[in-house]
Write a protein that binds this ligand. Structure first.
Ligand code: SIN
Length: 521
């Protein structure tokens, strides 16, 4: 292992939060660590719906904040909701200035989609279901023209150098994960923007790179992790056996698509007054229950959208056609799939974490905006708001401007993870820490995670994933109530209001896990 020092700010990740933070930091020198070619491996590029923002004259940031708080099932921080929704409009306009081609009417107004639990059509979109890809295209093009940013691709962060109070380095590895061919990079500040943890489940809409490595790495460095138990399941992943599962955007339901089962019954009608547009956790549980009962739930777009689905929602239509389905003539089979981690590294309004020197933004962070159930299309918005907040907090500390490129000198090909161990971990999460949880299942999951971790101590990336899985399962065991996306069959009611956020360190989560593991020894 060798060491390299630079005056650049180190950004770990390559999705929307990472790219936007790098642009917002300009002209401060930045090095971005991207595991994949830029713009290809992050969840942001796959986002279909868009960005929630009160752009219509009839709408307001206050109404958006109210919807965010209501959807979040009693544990949204209201000042965060007010802060984020107030900034939404200017970030949409900034993206437009960076070249994002949002859908517009002939008169030039933003075309807005309606998504679940929003009281208004409020989601700025691109070609129906291509917002993430188009936003990333525009920002990556801008980034490539930004001289202050050095991008290194095919490199993965595997460990933060920390004494438990401060981060002052990051260990990097080429093309993967294991302990060979690593370098310790020391920079002027560290921004963790490495995405979420929903890929830790074996039924997920997330790319394979997004398996909780970032939150696990921060937890292992000693950072406080908030609301780890709150994992959002999307009700309409397309159920065709693909890993990851393609998504059928919620905007389809905003256009009138309905959920039916194999008896043709529209089952959301008896579940919630808003039926298909009920909060996402409610719809996800209903879809899950239909699947468990063998009723094969499906999204029927035929009457509401018909053959226009091909032009209006091309990503969804192509995913169907690729799998031999014709959504114009038959309903789309769906399943609830892990989609978004509301929990993550605890941050404040400036993106600071509990570790000095480390900021976090995007899905890896937990700001308190989402509570127990994220409002649709608030994810990209949060990434933008806190990427800029991080940049604004860091920039005044950075004096250097003219900094040469970093030469990492990584040449060894690192060994990858054991795919069988990763597959086993993902199964444990789906079976024991999934849509509906109970104490016995969570205890079993924690003991299985401990066993897998002990068998894979030579893989830092696996240790990061196992740490993230431990945080989620331990926090879920500790939360003895049902709230939003966290549903405990043994504690079906919510605790009296207000909902409390959970905050745990890895060492606290390991205490919980170790107590349980003894029972399974
Ligand atoms: C969707 O388009 O349904 C997903 C949007 C989101 O997760 O916010």
């Amino acid at each position: 292992m060798h060491e390299v020092s630079t005056d650049r700010v180190v950004i770990i990740g390559a999705g929307l939060a990472a790219v936007y933070a790098a642009l917002m930091l300009s002209p401060c020198p930045v090095i971005m660590i991207s595991p994949e070619p830029l713009g290809t491996g992050a969840s942001s590029s796959w986002a279909q719906g868009g960005i929630a923002a009160a752009m219509a004259e009839t709408d307001s940031a206050a109404a958006h904040a109210r919807d965010t708080i209501r959807a979040g099932a009693g544990s949204v921080l209201s000042d965060m909701a007010a802060f984020v929704t107030k900034e939404a409009r200017e970030h949409v306009l900034a993206l437009q200035d960076f070249g994002t081609r949002f859908d517009r009417s002939d008169e030039g107004a933003f075309l807005l989609s309606r998504e679940a639990a929003h009281s208004a059509a409020r989601v700025v979109r691109v070609k129906g279901d291509q917002a993430g890809a188009e936003i990333m295209r525009a920002l990556v093009a801008e980034l490539r023209q930004t001289p202050s940013v050095q991008v290194v691709e095919g490199i993965t962060a595997i460990k933060l150098e920390s004494d438990g109070e401060r981060v002052d380095g990051v260990h990097l590895s080429s093309a993967g994960s294991a302990g060979t061919g690593t370098v310790l990079l020391r920079g002027s500040a560290y921004v963790l923007a490495s995405g979420g943890a929903a890929g830790l489940y074996d039924l997920t809409t997330n790319p394979k790179q997004v398996r909780g490595q970032g939150v696990g790495m921060a937890a292992r460095a000693g950072a406080r992790i908030a609301d780890a138990e709150f994992v959002q399941f999307h009700p309409t992943s397309i159920d065709v056996g693909d890993d990851p599962a393609p998504l059928a955007t919620e905007a389809l339901r905003g256009e009138g698509a309905v959920l039916i089962n194999n008896q043709g019954h529209q089952f959301m009608l008896e579940q919630h007054p808003d039926a298909e547009l009920a909060p996402r956790d409610v719809v996800a549980r209903a879809v899950y229950q239909q699947t468990q009962a063998g009723n094969r739930p499906a999204l029927d777009t035929r009457a509401s959208i018909g053959s226009d689905i091909v032009s209006r929602f091309p990503t969804v239509a192509q995913a169907c056609i690729r799998n031999g389905l014709n959504p114009s003539t038959s309903p789309i089979p769906v399943a609830a799939a892990a989609h978004y981690h509301m929990g993550g590294v605890a941050t404040d309004k400036t993106g600071r974490t509990s570790l000095a020197g480390l900021w976090a933004c995007g899905e890896v962070a937990s700001t308190g905006l989402h509570g127990a159930n994220r409002l649709a299309s608030n994810g990209l918005l949060e990434a933008l708001v806190f990427a800029r907040a991080c940049a604004r907090d860091i920039a005044p500390r950075i004096q250097s401007r003219d900094v040469g490129p970093v030469v990492l000198g990584l040449s060894d090909q690192a060994r990858g993870d054991d795919p069988a161990a990763v597959a086993a971990l993902r199964k444990v999460m789906t079976n024991g820490v999934g849509v509906v949880r109970d104490g016995d299942g969570l205890r079993l999951a924690l003991s299985e995670i401990a066993r897998l971790e002990a068998e894979n101590t030579n893989s830092p990336a696996f240790l990061n994933m196992a740490a993230a899985a431990t945080m989620i399962a331990a926090a879920a065991l500790q939360r003895q109530e049902s709230r939003g996306a966290h549903c405990r069959s043994d504690f079906p009611q919510a605790a009296p209001s207000p909902g409390q956020r959970s905050v745990l360190t890895l060492s606290q989560a390991l205490d919980i896990r170790n107590t349980i593991s003894k029972d399974f020894a």
